[in-house]
Write a protein that binds this ligand. Structure first.
Ligand SMILES: Nc1nc2c(ncn2[C@@H]2O[C@H](COP(=O)(O)OP(=O)(O)OP(=O)(O)O)[C@@H](O)[C@H]2O)c(=O)[nH]1
Length: 477
């Protein structure tokens, strides 16, 4: 996704700061300037970027930090927390429950991707065990019913609509009543859009909403409009009591980051993002895992969920346990490659793996990525069990590398490249272990001079400060 560019720029800025010989005010200023530039390029509102920069400066007072403190880590953590709070509206959304009938109404401007997103939303929930149905209450655009019908038929989701009836309220009510009687637990109503935010559009939305009494109104918005999303989301929120937002076309536009932060500023939760035209190019939007992925840190919870979606239940526990255990061996990497090859669009999944996003496989370059993975697997096939199960890199000396290269019919440079990749990914996974909040807090407290900890109210006081630093997030990178 194009957001990878934004994430890449921020990660590079953090890396440059980390690589600096001394982390002083200049290194911090350079890092913040680079992050600012990247965010402005993604069309994030200037005021939000300025606040982010000021907050980080306030949180990371380099002079006040004692010698021996891991300044790099503290800066990284502050950046992570601030990005999270920029994207967090601080408000949860209504969540439909299986078996309990819910009506969800979709609103948005024409062309935003509303009809496509209704089907994606239905499909996503069906995979989670819901029994969804679609109602087409768009009588404004000729062909809208046909489009919904086509999408719904392909996804095998029941639908309701009419070629003759011109009253959207009547169709919406009939459809909702019918699916309620038939015990569908997620009834999705697609409404019409216009090119502009017009009074007629809002009036129609109000009428459909009054007649069907939706549990949730979802506003669908095109992510390519960047910070203009603020005014659009605000206008829809006021006219149709929008309870959640889905931002579409996050696959094709550099302004997606701006759109996400602008929606958050309207205090509307973004619940999903659309990342392509295909029905499963649709992702749950959750701030912390999203920022982790943006910065190339992976999204373990998303990955585990995806595995639960696509893998037979009897094979899940072992893999999930291994993934979360924290010991990252070459064999585990091999098993991941093996499983991922059976799991549908690789690009989507890979960005969820800590350390995989952006590097090993990138969207649009899946073929090259898959070839690389095949190559790595062939190399691993020539390794011994001890090598695959060990986490000790010293086991892999020059003579073994040459033997493995010969055995797999590859060059020495291919073997070393694979081992470097493995080391990089394993390092990311070891950081995940440190993300455990207690371990992390303990480490930070131990790195500060005792009198400073005392001044801040002891360990408990310091933990409160750290909580405030991450008031909207939880774990840090
Ligand atoms: N690349 C990309 N295209 C998308 C995404 N979501 C929707 N589209 C495309 O956007 C175009 C418009 O989508 P529709 O679903 O027809 O839009 P709509 O908002 O329902 O339009 P109206 O029914 O006229 O209000 C279609 O070509 C979709 O395939 C997305 O996440 N990524």
């Amino acid at each position: 996704m194009v957001l990878a560019e934004l994430g890449g720029s921020i990660s590079r800025a953090l890396k440059r700061m980390s690589d600096a010989t001394v982390v002083d005010d200049k290194a911090l200023a350079d890092c913040l300037n680079e992050i600012t530039r990247a965010l402005l390029q993604a069309d994030v509102r200037f005021a939000a970027v300025r606040d982010l920069q000021n907050n980080i400066r306030r949180l990371v007072n380099l002079e006040a930090l004692a010698a021996g403190t891991n300044k790099r880590k503290i800066i990284q953590q502050a950046v992570f927390c601030e990005l999270c709070s920029m994207l967090d509206p601080g408000k949860p959304s209504f969540v439909p429950a299986k078996g309990k009938p819910s009506v969800v109404m979709f609103v948005g401007l024409q062309g935003s991707g509303k009809t496509t997103t209704c089907t994606k939303y239905a499909y996503h929930h069906r995979r989670k065990g819901f029994n969804p149905a679609l109602v087409c209450a768009d009588t404004f655009r000729a062909g809208a019913f046909d489009q919904l019908k086509q999408n719904a038929t392909k996804a095998r989701i029941p639908f309701y609509g009419s070629y003759n009836e011109s009253d959207p309220v009547k169709i919406a009510v009939e459809g909702v009543d019918r699916f309620r009687k038939e015990n569908y637990d997620l009834i999705i109503v697609d409404t019409s859009g216009r090119h502009k935010q017009e009074a007629a559009l809002f009036e129609e939305m109000r009428q459909v909403s009054e007649a069907t009494k939706p549990d949730l109104v979802i506003f669908v918005m095109d992510g390519s409009i960047g910070q203009a999303a603020f005014d659009q989301a605000q206008a829809f929120k006021q006219s149709a009591s929008v309870g959640a937002v889905i931002v579409t076309k996050m696959d094709g536009h550099a302004k997606g980051g701006g759109a996400l932060s602008a929606v958050a500023a309207t205090k509307s939760p973004v619940i999903f993002i659309g990342t392509g035209e295909h029905i499963d190019e649709f992702e749950v939007f959750d701030v912390k895992p999203f920022v982790n992925r943006l910065l190339g840190m992976g999204d373990l919870s998303g990955l585990v969920n995806k595995i639960k979606d696509v893998m037979p239940a009897d094979q899940q526990p072992e893999l999930v346990q291994k993934l979360t255990a924290g010991t990252f061996t070459l064999r585990l990497l091999y098993e991941m490659f093996q499983n991922l090859q059976n799991m549908g669009p690789l690009g989507q999944l890979f960005s969820m793996f800590p350390g995989f996003g952006g590097g090993l496989i990138t969207k649009g370059k899946e073929k090259e990525g898959q070839a690389k993975i095949k190559r790595y697997m062939t190399i691993m096939d020539s390794m011994t069990d001890a090598e695959l199960d060990s986490t000790n890199p010293k086991l892999m000396n020059e003579s073994r590398i040459i033997r493995i290269a010969r055995g797999s019919g590859r060059l020495v440079k291919d073997v070393t490249e694979m081992l470097e990749e493995y080391k990089r990914i394993a390092k990311m996974w070891s950081k995940l272990k440190l993300n455990n909040k207690n371990v992390r807090d303990h480490q930070i407290i131990n790195s500060l001079p005792p009198n400073l900890v005392k001044q801040m109210g002891g360990a408990a006081g310091l933990q409160t400060v750290m909580k405030q630093m991450c008031s909207k997030g939880g774990d840090l990178i």
